[in-house]
Design a protein around this ligand. Structure first.
Ligand code: ZN
Length: 128
């Protein structure tokens, strides 16, 4: 079963009680499989848009690290560590939050609906 759906998904979003997630932000780097992942270190927090497959149409200005170091198992069961930045780092943090039972709505400093006008001077991406 290919559980890649849209850009990212944590197993517990589809009722699979495993610490698994997939992230594919369609940036040419391919799909990232995360098994029992943890964030070891994060730097340079910034507030940016988060959205979620589990809560269609709702978005939130959410603080996330711009740079992270992650430890995870790969598909072969080997422990690996890697660094990630920017949008891909945001998505990984979002998915690891899911695995820890945390939704972006708990972290967001402001929630808004897709059809709300944007605040002046704010950029917004759909369902990051
Ligand atoms: Zn989500």
């Amino acid at each position: 079963m290919d559980i890649t759906f849209r850009r990212r998904l944590a197993a517990n979003q589809i009722n699979i009680a495993k610490r698994l997630a997939v992230v594919d932000v369609e940036d040419g780097k391919g799909r990232l499989d995360l098994i029992n992942p943890e964030i070891l270190e994060g730097r340079d927090e910034e507030v940016g848009p988060d959205g979620c497959l589990s809560i269609p149409g709702l978005y939130g200005d959410t603080p996330r690290f711009k740079w992270i170091r992650v430890r995870t198992l790969n598909r072969e069961g080997e422990a690996i560590e890697f660094e990630e930045t920017d949008f891909r780092a945001r998505c990984i943090q979002h998915e690891i939050d899911h695995l820890n039972g945390i939704l972006f709505t708990s972290r967001a400093v402001r929630l808004y609906r897709e059809d709300e006008p944007e605040p002046a001077g704010k950029g917004r991406r759909k369902n990051p």
